[in-house]
Write a protein that binds this ligand. Structure first.
Ligand code: NAP
Length: 302
């Protein structure tokens, strides 16, 4: 790979925008495209170029992709691969199934394009704080080549093996995310009378506290549910986990119950805000009407 490969970036939603911004700010030569162009335009302030058409990215050395579900990845990749010129490598970061990822690997292999599956852990604020992590699979050589770019976006990038192994790791991670936030909602909404900020202050400093419980604390205390990750995207990941569990004949009782609770929330129309609104659903089911506590609490990121 040349010292400064040209990098195409597909998808500048909540995650993709912040990831591409870190690359551009780190000095990479970034050409970004988003279906809704306006969301990509502010990347120009960091030196990135915004493409009018996805096809323009086909001439880049390396193309990253961060869209939503497999059907969306397939659509954008289909368009990219219809072009005569081809990137040397595709790095796909969306949370998608193993099957989708394997289909993409085959599409790319037919055209001699290297492929790294590289989903991530962390939300947009985590990216900004420089605490995102990648989990990667594919040829070790591709991982080694991609690492300098991955490290401009995230300090941590784990290589877990060949093929689509990174996909199952990411799916497991998000099943855990769903189960943990539901459990956190169940224990934070309490009728015993402990203020949420006091409860979470203790929990966050205990052996059970984590980067996740800390950065969800402001939402749980002050009921700020500005979207970081939508309930529908979380349901997608729970479904990917449960599908894999069925195929591999693994029982996942906690994941099954949590999936239905997320579905109940979506069915009640609670889908435009953050997935942390599981707290509100838990309060409703407990006969409590939550009020913001209006207490300044730290998220552990800034
Ligand atoms: N948010 C998180 O905390 C988080 C954390 C880790 C992983 N993820 C995963 O990261 C991916 C992106 O999540 P996000 O939160 O950034 O979602 P998002 O804000 O909804 O962004 C989705 C992006 O995909 C684009 N897109 C969707 N369908 C498309 C299609 N058919 N053709 C072209 N572009 C399409 C959207 O374009 P438009 O702007 O035109 O709609 C947008 O750029 C998902 O796979 C998600 O599961 C999210």
């Amino acid at each position: 790979m040349s010292a400064r490969p040209s990098v195409g970036w597909i998808g500048t939603g909540r995650m993709g925008y912040e990831m591409a911004a870190r690359l551009a700010r780190g000095g990479a030569d970034v050409l970004a495209w988003n279906r809704t162009r306006a969301k990509a335009e502010p990347l120009a302030q960091y030196g990135a170029t915004v493409a009018d058409r996805l096809s323009e990215l086909a001439g880049c050395d390396i193309v990253f992709c961060m869209v939503a579900a497999w059907k969306d990845v397939k659509q954008v990749m289909g368009e990219l691969l219809a072009e005569k010129s081809r990137p040397r490598m595709v790095i796909e970061c969306s949370s998608i199934s193993l099957e989708g990822s394997a289909e993409l690997r085959a599409m790319l292999a037919q055209r001699g394009i290297d492929y790294l599956a590289a989903p991530v852990s962390g939300n947009a604020k985590v990216i900004k704080a420089g605490k995102l992590s990648f989990v990667c699979s594919g040829p070790r050589k591709s991982f080694n080549e991609a690492l300098p770019l991955l490290n401009m976006i995230a300090p941590a990038a784990s290589y877990v093996g060949e093929g689509e192994l990174a996909r199952i790791v990411k799916i497991c991670h998000n099943v855990f995310l769903g189960v943990v936030i539901q459990s956190l909602a169940e224990i934070t909404v309490q009728k015993a009378g402990v203020p949420r900020h006091a409860f979470l202050e203790f929990l966050n400093q205990s052996v059970m506290g984590s980067m996740f419980t800390r950065y969800k604390t402001p939402a749980f205390v002050n009921l700020d549910f500005k979207v970081t990750f939508t309930p529908e995207l979380l349901r997608k990941d729970m479904d990917l986990g449960l599908d894999a569990g069925r195929r591999l004949e693994v029982p996942m009782p906690l994941a099954s119950a949590t999936r239905d609770l997320i579905q109940s929330m979506i069915g009640r129309g609670m889908k435009e805000e953050d997935f942390a609104t599981l707290l509100v659903q838990q309060a409703q089911a407990s006969g409590i009407e939550l009020q913001p506590e209006n207490v300044e609490v730290k998220d552990g990121l800034s």
